[in-house]
Design a protein around this ligand. Sequence first.
Ligand code: DX5
Ligand code: ZN
Length: 217
Amino acid sequence: MAKVSPSVLSADFAKLGEDCKKVLDAGADMIHFDVMDGHFVDNLSFGLPVLVSLRKALPDAYMDVHLMITEPLHFVREFADAGADCISFHVEAANSIRSTIASIKALGKDVGLVVNPDTPVEAVYPFLEDLSLVLVMGVTPGHGGQCFRPGTLEKISKLRSECDRRGLDTDISVDGGVKLNSTAPQCVEAGATILVAGSAIFDADDVPSAVKSFKAL
Ligand code: DX5
Ligand code: ZN
């Protein structure tokens, strides 16, 4: 059974706390918090003060923070202090991947490394032993509601085999275009252990039952 991480990018920001509570009550394992800086991706979302408020409203929630920013190292301490439980950053963004991983770990947080659709999954291999998760993007990051890139499945299975070969139980998360009746079961079959879903959950007619259906995959 995969873990489910609803992406709040598709939530109603006027009632963000309520929307998060709804998915957590329905069984979501964590909250996926997408931070965009307008440089690394061509969009802006939200940042530290929003995370601080959410953490206050949901003291026990596991916050899965996805940094789509050019200078992750510069911000890891602030995100840790604001309430992140896991901080994921892009392998394409950081010059100093090893020091960024080390800083996140030193702050007592889980670390994820993210790989974009056009980046070979092998880019994360040198760091695998130090990661809690690898986040494989199913779309070019920046916007919710895009179509899943088919090559993503092969990347997930390659990565699963590499982790198995090394005896690692690293989580493999997939983000972007993850839909209940099509791509989500395919990702699980390929070896994904965390499903990030924004529009498929928050745009559903019945949000709690969408979460439950994801959990049942
Ligand atoms: C994309 C974000 C995703 C996004 C996924 O840049 O990282 O987390 O919210 O949205 P859906 O599930 O709608 O593709
Ligand atoms: Zn994301």
